[in-house]
Write a protein that binds this ligand. Structure first.
Ligand code: GDP
Length: 423
């Protein structure tokens, strides 16, 4: 059996706008529920003389951690004909923010639920902001409870116009779908109650989202772990050791090492305890010997001259999650680790900060406190090599070390022009 493609989707929205109902509908209408589960819960409602709600489905599944549908209280599986989805119901959970910013898990898309009757709320804006901070660009805004506004096109258009404008201000675009989670309109099948709506269902919209290409199809990147010297037939040679993060490498490829910019050609690709081949790919730990004996050291990143190169600069625009008890402050030296590179780093500027516990945003703070997510500028003592996280996550992530402990982590959004800020 071939493993099916899967995609992580985070769902957000103001409380009571209908997240659980929409998820319950998706599970039921895609036949992703365990056999008999829907009937069992409907029956339980009948016995207790209370009306059935799709939101109960989710609660019941969470309680039971049932049969592979829920992984834990915040993650639920369902599948479409196209792929499997894991819905992460966790905005505002510190753990979610931490995992996202440090790359421990990645949501590739988001559903943002807005109640058509109540309209855009402060939390709708906070959640949108959170998505932009986390770099999630594939978003469906689910305008829910259309049944409560008589499926009014005008109401939908007003919500859409207001929220579109807000998203544009924070650099996001979204697909909007008018739905009733309760009635199942436009969730998995198109509704005949909104003939004015020409777009796709929620399910079709997320099925249309793109997966990141597999690591092997990206440019070659191998952070250098170690360099060993040895002598072969009287020649001094070097072994360059590392784990390939993305792409592939073959004998005869011309490599460049960054930040030094030194070049050499691959003479052999060596492995430990496996049959020798002339090629290696993402995920493999290898050693390379080179034709021209150049001096490279731990921390450099090997790339191929034939492919796009990593960025090299000492100023980075990043999104950072801070775990330290003491805030990250300007004028103090920390250590940054990117790939196998370690370098001294300072907080140069704080652009905006979001408090992880209530998602409240601020543009006036100049430090990053415990559990904050911040967009900021870091400057390193010497230039380092890296990629943008949205292109190559493995070499676009970093951690910040203070006092020998990891206190923060994040993703690199942009390399900025070098300026001499270190004295
Ligand atoms: P959550 O807090 O975002 O998970 O919201 P729930 O899914 O629990 O829904 C909150 C309330 O709104 C519940 O009483 C639902 O029955 C109700 N609700 C959710 N979706 C709809 C809808 O499409 N139409 C109507 N009329 N009520 C809905």
């Amino acid at each position: 059996q071939v493993a099916r493609e899967h995609m992580n989707i985070v769902i957000a929205g103001h409380v009571d706008h209908g997240k659980s109902t929409v998820i319950g509908r998706m599970l039921a209408d895609t036949n992703s529920l365990p056999q008999g589960k829907l009937e069992q819960i409907k029956e339980r409602c009948r016995r207790n003389s209370k009306p059935f709600e799709y939101a109960f489905l989710l609660d019941a599944l969470k309680d039971e951690q049932s049969q592979g549908i829920t992984i834990d209280s915040a993650r639920v599986f369902f599948s479409s004909a196209k792929r499997e989805y894991i819905i992460i119901d966790a905005p505002g959970h510190i753990e979610f923010l931490k995992n996202m910013v440090t790359g421990a898990s990645r949501a590739e898309a988001a559903l943002l639920v807005i109640d058509a009757e109540e309209g855009v709320q402060e939390n709708s804006r906070r959640h949108g902001y959170m998505l932009s901070m986390l770099g999630i660009k594939q978003v469906v805004v689910v305008v829910n409870k259309m049944d409560l506004v008589d499926y009014s096109e005008e109401t939908y258009k007003n919500v859409k116009a207001e929220y579109t404008k807000f998203l544009a201000d924070i650099g996001l675009e979204a697909i909007f779908v008018p739905v009733s989670g309760m009635a199942g309109d436009n969730i998995v099948s198109l509704s005949d109650k909104m003939s004015w709506y020409q777009g796709a269902t929620v399910l079709e919209s997320i099925d249309g989202f793109e997966k990141e290409p597999p690591a092997i199809d990206k440019p070659f990147r191998m952070p250098v772990q170690d360099v060993y010297k040895f002598t072969q037939a009287g020649d001094k040679r070097r072994l360059v050791v590392g784990t390939i993060e993305t792409g592939q490498v073959s004998v005869g490829d011309e490599l460049v090492f960054y930040p030094s910019g030194k070049k050499s050609t691959v003479k052999t690709v060596e492995r430990f305890n496996v049959p020798q081949k002339d090629t290696a790919a993402a995920g493999e730990a290898i050693a390379l010997t080179l034709d021209q004996q150049i001096y490279v050291s731990r921390g450099e990143v090997a790339a191929r001259t034939s492919e796009t190169k990593p960025e090299v600069t000492s100023r980075l625009s990043v999104n950072l999650f801070w775990m330290g008890r003491n805030p990250m402050v300007k004028g103090k030296r920390y250590l940054i680790k990117v790939g196998t590179m370690k370098e001294e780093v300072e907080l140069e500027d704080v652009i905006r900060v979001m408090d992880g516990s209530d998602l409240e945003a601020s543009e006036t703070k100049d430090k990053v406190e415990h559990h904050d997510v911040a967009e900021c500028v870091l400057s390193t003592k010497r230039a380092i090599a890296f990629d943008l996280a949205e292109e190559i996550a493995a070499t676009g992530r970093f951690v910040v070390v203070d006092d020998y402990e990891i206190r923060g982590g994040g993703i690199i959004r942009e390399g900025l022009k070098d300026e001499q800020v270190w004295v």
